[in-house]
Design a protein around this ligand. Sequence first.
Ligand code: C2E
Ligand code: CA
Ligand code: CA
Length: 510
Amino acid sequence: MAPIKRVWEKGRVLRAAAEAMVLLPALSLLTFWVGGETALVVLAVLAPAVWLALSSSLRPSEPVPPPRGLGGAEDMVGFLDPILRDMPIKGRTTACFVISFDDPARQFDRHGQALRDQVVLRTAERLSAAVREGDLVVRLADGSLAVGLSAVRRYDLETAVQMATRLRSEAIVPIVVDALTLHPSVSVGFCLAERAPAPKGSSLLDAACIAADEALFHGPGAIRAFQPDMSRRRADRVLLRQGVQKALDEGQIRPWFQPQICADTGRLSGFEALARWHHPERGIISPADFLPVIEEAGLSERLGDVILYGALAALNRWDQAGFAVPQVSINLSASELRAPGLANKLSWEMDRFGLDRSRLTVEVLETVTATSEDDQVIANLAAIAKMGFGIDLDDFGTGQASIGNIRRFSIRRIKIDRSFVTHIDTDPEQKKVVAAILMLCDQLGLQTVAEGVETPGERVVLEQLGCSFLQGFGIARPMAMEETFSWIERAEAALQAKPALGRIIPPRQG
Ligand code: C2E
Ligand code: CA
Ligand code: CA
């Protein structure tokens, strides 16, 4: 029997025993009538003793059932343990799912803990209604929910993914609490019984939690099945989490710079600043590995400040060295874009470094502009454009930005995502798509930057199609500040030696 049900059973027996106490006076009279004074004395001694013995043997070691019968991790372990133990004999299996709220601090904190509890309870009710009778839904200490399946004959990965998708769909239906409509977002991790590191309920639940943690890391709305190397990755993330604040404070995180060139002339048109973590033990760590950790720790704005400072200091150093670097681009995360006063901060920093505003471009992800109805984002971008900074739409083609938004956000350049640029010289379909994007931008009066230009062939086609700027490993990889000086010198020397170098001569056919 499920532990949660066992707790209820014990509670019922106790209640029945308590109710039976009302019969005690009648029982005393009957005893006196049948057995006289001696029998009455025996009853007076025995009755409390029996009651004490009964209540202590029945007092549940588990806590009294939580509201609405929603148990905790120990209930799940107790539920899964016998299924896993009997698995080799009975040939029945199970799986455990953990449903975690994406970025709960942002979703709920401003509404208070009581509301968060209500959302969790309501979600638990929905999940309970969506699973089969006999399955168990519990709440974990961190506010996630776990679902354990009652023993089933077969359960494969595909069925589990379908189940995880269903649980996610149930959990994200808007919830109205106290006249507030909330749109919860969850990620789901799961583990099949056969994949648990050990045939124990605790091991299966733990594996599902690790998978949920991985899903959260890749979320929002991600689903992940447990894999053994996830434990190591989680341990890595914990270490990164612990070190990230220190890394920012001690200057271990700083910008590297990747050149952008003008397609027509081959001249340097600017650099994109890309964050790198110079980890004392692990060497250079790329943003894909630490940005989610920064986001999770609420340190995005702090990172933004560090990169902005590094980028503006770099412009000063290039100017002092006599290098013509027209501008530098920085990437803005969604949370930075939501921060009030962003435009003023940028402008103040430019003044502090004595730089003209036209020398800073902010890159905004297409996905952010496409999905953002946030008034603060719109106000920030409008102010940034009005002050004379450039705005580039990053990863164009991946996020369904509307023409309306491109206009509304005063975008100056479109950065065509690498996925469209790659193999443009050998894949006619790629070429058609990029040609269409370039034509659209031309009509709208927008400049274009092709990202991820890796080969001379790709570069030639982009130049022929009329793309304005090029960026990619084919021109140069991102480099540390100190390396930029010699790179600029070499690039300028190459241009002077061969004025047509900007246009790489296509490889001869045949
Ligand atoms: P992104 O803004 O799209 O930056 C371009 C990424 O593509 C960079 O990866 C760059 O190294 C890589 N790349 C450039 N050319 C090529 C190429 O020819 N081939 C290939 N395969 N890759 C190329 P990186 O530096 O790892 O950055 C990854 C993402 O992290 C960036 O994508 C950006 O979204 C984010 N990021 C980087 N720095 C920052 C930052 O300071 N703040 C924020 N919010 N995000 C940042
Ligand atoms: Ca970018
Ligand atoms: Ca990009």
